[in-house]
Design a protein around this ligand. Structure first.
Ligand code: XMP
Length: 505
């Protein structure tokens, strides 16, 4: 996929991979047509993007791609770019955008195999193709967009103005399947099994006789990376698990037990709870907290590495979205445990390996399951590196951490009891620094306000608050105010992202 800056790019890659076809996203200016041919790609997708093809600054690509013998599918901006490269005419609808669910009528085409004559698609554009280039025909239209899709089926070049990758496009998945399987001729045989087998074989040879270090954070990515490497090199892998005391209730013990006892890994757990707490004393600004936690983590890791002695290789749990988000199409050399800072120069590694750098989160989870990691660890919701410290507004203290941990455990339990854990992508509690007046028995109280946060999202870039039934909220609130000392009031955060973020800090 050539990336022209569209917001749904990761989603397009996901959809391609749902067909068991490997896809990677490359910035459009990082690969030439001859490289595309030489590397043997079976097809190219031009992503959407925010620009207008006639703008001087807009991203362009060599028109030679249209004659390279490789099928091309352009989406939104990518469709306009194909038309532009072929000599067609693009028009701006004078600031009037076509946005949202739209009825689209399609003509018979290999791209629309199995797609009914009319269906719903998702539009989000201002410019549109007015005249397709010579040799192209219009294969779809909407009421406001005379050319909603175009094709030159001889050269296997296709463009769609709408977004097949979003779920609002009823037959979007079918369209992408038609492109990758029927038009590009991909076999659709890329599986997680292959991934595990190939990686184990590769690292067994590559890391033979080397001492390898892995920082376990307790999260899914580093756990899967560690278990995979353990399968390849056994006891030559040493895992360091820094317990910073900012994990959820019982989480540290659970990770240690599973990794050590169930998976048989060599785990060194370092109790650094006091160290982190004393560094965080008196600190109230979120960014400062993040920096302190990142730096302290490095110090603790550094001390542990010194004790272990010479280590040749470091394992990182970098996954594909991290690679893309680094914006360079190339992972930053170090993704530290907390996504802040980096490991210090004093720890020298011959090499860094990132076994998961081609996988999306759900593929990492699938690999984890295949590797035998228990479901409750593999399917856990995301948890930020700085942990509970960014869910306590203001200063972090042991007392506040205990309050937050208890309330969070109750909320998670109630969500699970209501059968909602599979539907909500992230849910947790936030200890606001705000005390409010209340009444308990005959006495007045002045306890903390606790916020419940729960979101649904595809990619965490945007999110909506989860529509949790009132009885579930009522039960959670009742239990929290009864069972957790110092909480006098519970509120539910009903803000989407944007304008808010998922976390409160
Ligand atoms: P926001 O709050 O930015 O969160 O909407 C989006 C996702 O990122 C997680 N998050 C973090 N993860 N270090 C991390 O490793 C951080 O500093 C951090 N801040 C937010 C958040 O939990 C959500 O899943």
């Amino acid at each position: 996929m050539l990336d022209f800056g569209g917001q749904y790019n990761q989603l397009i890659a996901r959809r391609v991979r749902e067909n068991s076809v490997f896809a990677e996203i490359i910035p459009y200016n990082r690969i030439t047509v001859s490289e595309i041919k030489a590397r043997g790609y079976r097809g190219v997708i031009f992503t959407g993007g925010p620009n207008s093809v006639y703008d001087a600054q807009s991203p362009h690509y060599s028109p030679e791609i249209l004659d390279a013998g490789v099928p091309v599918l352009g989406i939104c901006y990518g469709c306009q770019l194909i038309a532009y490269m072929g000599g067609g005419e693009i028009c701006s609808a004078d600031g009037i955008s076509e946005y949202g669910k739209t009825q689209v009528a399609v003509k018979p085409s290999p791209l629309f195999d199995g797609v009914p004559g009319t269906s719903i698609c998702w539009m989000s554009h201002t410019d549109y193709v007015k005249t397709p280039p010579e040799g192209f025909e219009i294969i779809a239209e909407t009421a406001n967009c005379p050319c909603a899709a175009l094709s030159d089926s001889g050269r296997k070049i296709y463009g769609v103005q709408f977004h097949p990758e979003v779920t609002h496009t009823e037959y979007g998945r079918k369209i992408i399947e038609n492109f990758v399987i029927n038009i590009c001729g991909c076999a659709g045989d890329w599986t997680t099994d292959d991934f595990i087998e190939t990686s184990v074989k590769k690292y067994r040879e590559e890391l033979k006789g080397k001492k390898v270090l892995c920082a376990l954070s307790g999260g899914v990515d580093s756990s899967v990376a560690a278990v995979l490497l353990h399968k390849a090199i056994g006891s030559n892998l040493i895992c360091v698990f820094v317990d910073h005391g900012l994990l959820r209730k019982d989480e540290g013990d659970m990770v240690e037990r599973v990794m050590k006892e169930e998976m048989g890994l060599n785990v060194l757990r370092i109790d650094a709870r006091e160290r982190f707490l004393s560094k965080l004393a008196g600190v109230t600004l979120p960014e400062e907290k993040r920096k302190i936690i990142g730096t302290e983590f490095i110090r603790v890791f550094e001390d542990a590495a010194k004790e272990i002695g010479k280590v040749d290789v470091l394992v990182q749990g970098t996954i594909y979205p991290d690679v893309i988000e680094s914006g360079k199409g190339d992972a930053a050399v170090i993704k530290s445990h907390h996504n802040v800072g980096g490991l210090p120069d004093v720890i020298r590694f011959e090499k860094i390996v990132e076994p998961l750098r081609d996988l999306f989160k759900d593929e990492v989870r699938a690999a984890g399951r295949k590797l035998g990691i228990p479901e409750y660890l593999v399917s856990r919701q995301p948890f930020p590196g700085p942990g509970l410290a960014i869910r306590i507004i203001g200063e972090v203290t042991k007392e506040k951490l205990d309050i937050l941990r208890e309330s969070d455990a109750i909320f998670r339990e109630e969500i699970a009891l209501a059968g909602l854990s599979g539907e909500i992508n992230q849910y947790f509690t936030v200890l606001t620094n705000c005390r409010t007046v209340g009444v308990m028995g005959d006495a007045g109280t002045y306890g903390y306000t606790l916020a419940l946060r729960a979101v649904t999202t595809d990619d965490f870039m945007t999110a909506d608050f989860a529509r949790i039934p009132f009885d579930v909220l009522a039960k959670a609130s009742g239990r929290i105010t009864n069972e957790v000392r110092s909480i006098g009031r519970v509120v539910y955060d009903i803000t989407a992202k944007p304008p808010a973020t998922v976390e409160w800090e």
